[in-house]
Design a protein around this ligand. Sequence first.
Ligand code: GDP
Length: 369
Amino acid sequence: LTAGTKCSGCGIVLQTESTDLPGYIPAQALERTPLLCQRCFRIRNYNESSTVTVDQSEFLRLLSQVGDKDALVIHIVDLFDFHGSVISGLQRFVGNNPVILAVNKTDLLPKVTNWNKIRNWVQKEAKELGLKVEDIILCSAKQNQGFDRLLEVVGFMRGKRDVYVVGATNVGKSTLINRLITDYSDLEEELTVSRYPGTTLDTVSIPLDDGHSIIDTPGIVYESRYTELVNKQDLAALMPDKPLKPAVYQLNAGQTLFFGAMARFDFIEGERQSFTCYINNRLNIHRTKLDRADELFEQHGGEMLAPPTKENLAELPAWTRHELRVPKGKSLDVFISGLGWIKVNSDQGALVAVHLPKGVKVMLRPSLI
Ligand code: GDP
C-alpha cells in the first residue's frame, strides 16, 4: 500500500494496521479495484441504502465550521432507533445556531399512539443528551406526515440563512432533502446525481432560489446500530415497514425469548410479569427455557431460529451478554439499537439479560410508549 493512497469511496487515507481506526483495509483486499476501505466495502456490498457516510469524529471535524456561521441546523433522527441515531455530540459544533429536531418514521408506531406523550419523551431525552433544540417535529417521510409543519418551521426560522441537514444513515435524510428542494428550488435532479464516490467527505450544497443553500452532509455511520452490521437481506428483517404490533409475553423467571437469531432476551429474576416487544413483526419470537437456550441456539441458530441464516450469522460478530436490572416501580424499555425495544411492565423489578452481536448498543431508557 503506497502511503497516502485514498479510499475511492470516502476519500479517507487507507491503512492496513488497525481495524479500529478509520481507513482500514484488510491487506488481502488491496488486490481489489476500486480500492475501498472496509467500511465503504461493506456499505457498498451489503447495505446499498447508504451513500456517503463517515464516522462521528470525521463528521464533527467536517462540520466544525458550522459553529462560526449563521445557519439553521435540521437534525433528523429515526424514532424507531432514537438513541442509536441521535448525534449526541452535535451541540458542540453548532454553536449558538438553532437546531430543529426532525423525528422521522412516526408511521412505525402503533396507530393508537399518544403523540403528546411521544413529543414530551423526545424533549426529555434530547435534553438528557445535552441537545438544545428549538423545536421538535414528529414526521413521517414515508406517509408524508408532519412535513408541512417542518417546512413551515424551516421557512420561518431560516430567515436569510443556509440550512444544514445532519443525520445518521438510514434515518430518511434523502427523502427529507428532496422535499426541501422541491419546496425551495427547481433543482430536484441535481441532488440525486451529486453525491458520488470520490467526490465525498464533502458536504453537498444545493443552491436555493434566494441565493442561500441547503447543505446535505454525509450520513454518519454508528457501528453501534444493528442495522449497520447486517447485510441488505437482514436489514429488511430489522427495519419495520409497517406500524409495530406490540407482542406481549407473560414470562416467569427462567424463560427466554429469541428474536429470530438476531437477539435473545432472558428473564432471570423477578415475579411473573409481562414484557412487550416492539420489534419488527417479521422476526419470529421463540419462547424457551433459559437453561435450554444455549443449546437451542447452538443447534438451531440460523435454521429454526432465523433470520439471519447460518451463513449470515457467521459473518456477524460473536454474541455478548448484557445484564440489566430494571428497578422496582419504573416503566423502562430495554432498548436495542436497530432492533427495537422490550418494555418491562414491572411493578416488581426484574433482572434480565440480552445477548446479541458485540458492539450493538443496549440500554435501559424511560418507556417510549
Ligand atoms: P438516508 O440514508 O438517511 O438518506 O435515508 P433514506 O431516505 O434513504 O431512507 C432510509 C430507509 O428508511 C429507506 O428504507 C426508507 O424507505 C426508510 N424510510 C425513510 N423515511 C421513512 C419513514 O418515514 N417511515 C418509514 N417506515 N421508513 C422510512
